[in-house]
Structure formats: C-alpha cells, structure tokens
Design a protein around this ligand. Structure first.
Ligand code: ACO
Length: 325
C-alpha cells in the first residue's frame, strides 16, 4: 500500500561561540567540576551573547539544515520552532525565523513542551506533511536556557546551555512498512499532575516577569528512566520495529546517568547511543537535533539507519519517535 511518509532530508545545528566550563562556573557558585561530571556527565555549556536572541540561533541551524537537504529558503512552506525561551511572548519565534530567513509566506508557529518540544514538534509537522499541507518543513529546536537561570542556584544553573538544531522534512512515497524512509511512529505523553517538579517561577499572566527555572531534580530523575523507556517501547510498537533493530538511539541530553539508565533498561548497545551532554549540557528542545547533527557529521548515523529519539521535560512531558533516515 502506497503511503506518504515524512522524511528527514536535512539536519543542521548551531552553537553560540562562548563556552563556560565547569571550572569557570565553580568560581561563582558553590560547586565543582568533579560533582557536575559525576552526577550529570556535563563538562561545559555554550552561552549566547546578550544581543543574540533565540531566533538568531534558530536561523543559523535552519540555514545549515536547508543546505544539507539541498533546498533553498524559497522552498520552505512550514516552520515550527520548539522553544521554551522565545525572543518575545509574541510573535512566535517561528515568525521571526521566517522573517530573518527571508522565507515566503507560509505556516509558522511555535510548540512549547519544554525539553520534549522537538519530539512534539516533529509529530505536528508529520501531520502537515503526511496530509499534503507542507512540502518542505523546517522543524527547529532552539533554546537559550541560560536566560532562565538563577545563577545563585547551584542545583539548576550548572545543568543548562544554549543552542539550536533543525530538521528539514519532506514527503516521500513509502509502502507503509518499517523499511520506508521517514517517520514510522511516535509515543507522546504529559502528566500535568507533576508541573510542580519542574517549572519557571514567572510568566506574563502571573508575575509579569520571565522568571527562573526551578526543579526538584531528584524527583524528576526518579520518573525519567521508567517513563522514557516506556515511551520508546510504545513508539517502537507503533513503528512495528523491535528494540534490537534500532541502529541509533539519540536521546534528549539532560544527564548521562539517565541516558545510561534507559540504555541499560532496554538492552541497547552503548556504542549505538549518541551522547553530547558533556559538550552541550541540557539545551532543552535543541538537544536532540544538536546530537543528531554531531552523529551524522562524524559519520556514525547514515542514510537508511533506523533512529529512535526520546525526550522528557517540564510538564512533565515526554515522548519518543522512530524514523528511518
Ligand atoms: N554542586 C555541588 N553539590 C550540589 C549541586 C552542585 N551543582 N547541586 C546539588 N548539590 C547537592 C545537593 O544540595 C545535595 O546536597 P545534600 O545531600 O547535602 O542535600 C546533593 O548534591 C544531592 O542532590 P540531589 O539533587 O539528590 O542530586 P542528584 O544525584 O539527584 O543529581 C540532578 C541532581 C543532576 C539535577 C539530577 O537529579 C537530574 O539530572 N535530574 C533530572 C533532570 C532532568 O532530566 N530534567 C528534565 C529535563 S529539564 C527541562 O525540561 C527544562
């Protein structure tokens, strides 16, 4: 049976220039390189300049993804930006990206599911592409999490960084089997009863301020491995694939211990797990496309490989996506 699949035809990413190491952070907050590496695997994070908004990072990642796909800006008919750190409350960062790219009038909006935003945004874009409403979609994860930090709170400020990554998505004809190129299955979840475990203590309709990120890290940690593993198993089922068939596991990069825990629970070969958390820290919705780009550019992930993405974040939200590159 012939079906329209949503294929990932280009991937790109961008990191702001400034790097802050654990050693530098430990000069201003009561922490150490040893604690951060042992508990999280993080060694450094990137930080945007004051005059460099989220949309600027998104635009650079988008340009690189379009080049990778061999598409031009004039082809783009859908832009979805997954972000929890928009330039402004409105317009959507996606509208600003469309303007800065010089893309034609089309569909553009943001998706807000915190660290799970990229997986959620892919599912939304998949709907547009599969229904014939978009022929060249940009899905971008772009974040400046450093803007949300309370730099006196050592339990959060060491964990996050800035960056952006983008996928170009195009329709491809498939046979409706797991051998098709493109997105094969999703599992998406939100448990709103746990909003108080991870949130920002500000907002336009409450304090009127941007606010700071607050997290009860060890409680979020407790939910992470179990929830993420369940979502991966569900996405694999929806894609009609088995766990051993997965060529590459590209997780959200929050904590190396979570990544390892999920890998062990599912019996994934650790050489098939992409980890960039040491270099990028937690870039929220940007972390998955950033990690994908690294592993494609260094030659690990190749066209035809079966890839599974997963994420978990504020909400609590979580989810997974299986696709063949
Ligand atoms: N440096 C030194 N000590 C620290 C630091 C630090 N930066 N941060 C916390 N500590 C201390 C704590 O104060 C505590 O001290 P105490 O025992 O004297 O009270 C001790 O270290 C242990 O603290 P825990 O919070 O229990 O440490 P844990 O091993 O759980 O690690 C971490 C904390 C890294 C936050 C972990 O819980 C985690 O990764 N949680 C999940 C985060 C996540 O995945 N979030 C979802 C995505 S984010 C998003 O959606 C925006």
């Amino acid at each position: 049976m012939s079906v329209i699949r949503t294929a990932v035809t280009g991937v790109g990413s961008f990191l702001p220039e400034q790097v802050i190491t654990n050693a530098e952070l430990s000069k201003t907050v009561d922490t150490s390189d040893e604690w951060i590496v042992e508990r999280t695997g993080i060694r450094q994070r990137h930080k945007a300049r004051d005059d460099q908004p989220t949309s600027d990072l998104a635009v650079e990642a988008a340009k690189r993804a379009l080049e990778d796909a061999g598409k031009s800006v004039s082809d783009v008919d859908l832009i979805i930006v997954a972000t929890t750190t928009p330039d402004k409350t409105f317009p959507a960062t996606a509208a600003l990206v469309q303007q800065k790219l010089g893309a034609p009038v089309g569909i553009a909006f943001d998706v807000q599911a915190v660290c799970s935003g990229f997986v959620y945004a892919l599912s939304v874009a998949d709907g547009f592409v599969a229904r014939g409403m978009a022929k060249c979609a940009l899905v971008i994860g772009a974040e400046e999490m450093t803007r949300l930090m309370d730099w006196n709170d050592r339990t959060t400020c060491v964990l996050f960084g800035d960056g952006a990554g983008a996928f170009v998505l195009e329709p491809r004809e498939g046979q409706g089997t797991k051998d098709d190129q493109g997105i094969l299955g999703f599992a998406l979840r939100c448990d709103g009863s746990k909003t108080d475990l991870l949130y920002v203590d500000g907002g336009p309709a409450t304090t009127g301020t941007v606010g700071h990120l607050r997290m009860i890290g060890n409680q979020v940690f407790r939910h992470a491995v179990v929830n993420i593993s369940e979502a991966i198993v569900s996405a694999a089922k929806a894609a009609d694939i088995t766990i051993p068939e997965i060529d590459w596991f590209v997780p959200h990069q929050a904590n190396q211990r979570i990544i390892r825990g999920v890998g062990e629970r599912l019996g994934l070969d650790e050489n098939r797990v992409v980890s960039t958390v040491d270099q990028h820290a937690n870039t929220s919705a940007a972390s998955i496309p950033l990690a994908m780009d690294v592993a494609i550019k260094d030659g690990r992930i190749k066209r035809g490989d079966l890839v599974v993405l997963e994420a978990m974040g504020g909400g609590l939200t979580w989810g997974a996506c299986a696709f063949r590159l």
